[in-house]
Design a protein around this ligand. Structure first.
Ligand code: PHE
Ligand code: FE
Length: 284
């Protein structure tokens, strides 16, 4: 999960997770039988808290896919989800020990494989965790993979990541991921909704991002997003709002090569920036 690849780069500590059995692509066996009853119970509590928060706040595809996934009772078996997911959009889940190198992460996405961390947070991390665990990766990210347009977009993002590594564009591309896949908002006929996994797996930010008057809610604009720095240790100061997943797909489809060049000459923007003439949408 890139969320934390980016987030933990500032920390110097060793990676959390057992990498000794990982293959060359950092894939491991999920080893579902090794989860304890206490861990399944913690998953249930995390699930229940989030499930209560999401009606009327998460986008429809998230709510519907989550229901169909039927994972309220304990840590899911990845292979079962893969069966359904593969039929729906051709994606597979792969188990990973934790953070994986950028190149590995992008390569998985480019091949329609979504890496899911195998370990679950400890009870004292119920409200807040820095690295993504199985709850964030699965609950936050997997439901959206059932939407064909979003699924296609994420594969293109993976291909774009491999390209960005060659073009020195990683920092800009990471901001795009952050403000969309992790912290994105989307319009719906009934009002603003959440599709970002970092919000959807958070106990506090689900409500905050929609109704708190403090953060900015700015219509998505590709270049603007890719210039904008982000906070990793607090709620976001700015959310970017897409019209629909089609916009996300088509706005990111052009070749980024000239964009990366242009971005190198531009100043980055602080997370709270509101540019002259820019729309700040009212809270829900
Ligand atoms: N179009 C981008 C490029 O040419 C790739 C990309 C697609 C990046 C989708 C992000 C999301 O580099
Ligand atoms: Fe994530």
């Amino acid at each position: 999960d890139f969320f934390a690849t980016v987030a933990t780069k500032s920390d110097s500590g060793a990676l959390r997770g057992d990498y000794t059995h990982a293959d060359a692509n950092y894939v491991v066996a999920q080893n579902w039988d090794a989860y304890t009853p206490e861990q399944h119970e913690l998953w249930r509590k995390l699930y229940q808290r989030q499930a209560k928060l999401i009606p009327g706040r998460a986008c429809d595809v998230f709510i519907e896919s989550l229901k169909a996934l039927d994972v309220s009772q304990g840590i899911p078996r990845f292979d079962r989800t893969t069966e359904a997911l593969y039929k729906a959009t051709g994606w597979q889940l792969v188990a990973v020990p934790g953070l994986v190198p950028d190149h590995t992460f992008f390569d998985h996405l480019a091949n329609r494989r979504f890496p899911v961390t195998v370990w679950l947070r400890e009870p004292h991390e119920f409200d807040y965790i820095v690295e993504p665990d199985v709850f964030h990766d699965f609950f936050g990210h997997v439901p959206l993979l059932f939407n064909p347009i979003f699924a296609n977009h994420l594969q293109e993002y993976g291909k774009g990541g491999l390209k960005a590594l060659k073009l020195d564009g990683l920092a800009s591309l990471a901001r795009l991921y952050w403000y969309t896949i992790e912290f994105g908002l989307i319009q719906s006929p009934e009002g603003l909704r959440i599709y970002g996994a970092g919000i959807l797996s958070s106990g506090g930010e689900v409500e905050y991002c929609l109704t708190n008057p403090q953060p900015r809610r700015i219509p998505f604009e590709l270049e603007r997003v890719m210039r904008t720095l982000y906070k990793i240790d607090s709620y976001q100061e700015t959310y970017f709002v897409i019209k629909d997943f089609e916009q996300l797909f088509s706005d990111t489809a052009p070749d980024f090569t000239p964009l990366y060049e242009r971005l190198k000459t531009q100043e980055v923007l602080a997370a709270h920036t509101l540019l002259l003439g820019e729309i700040n949408l009212p809270p829900a």
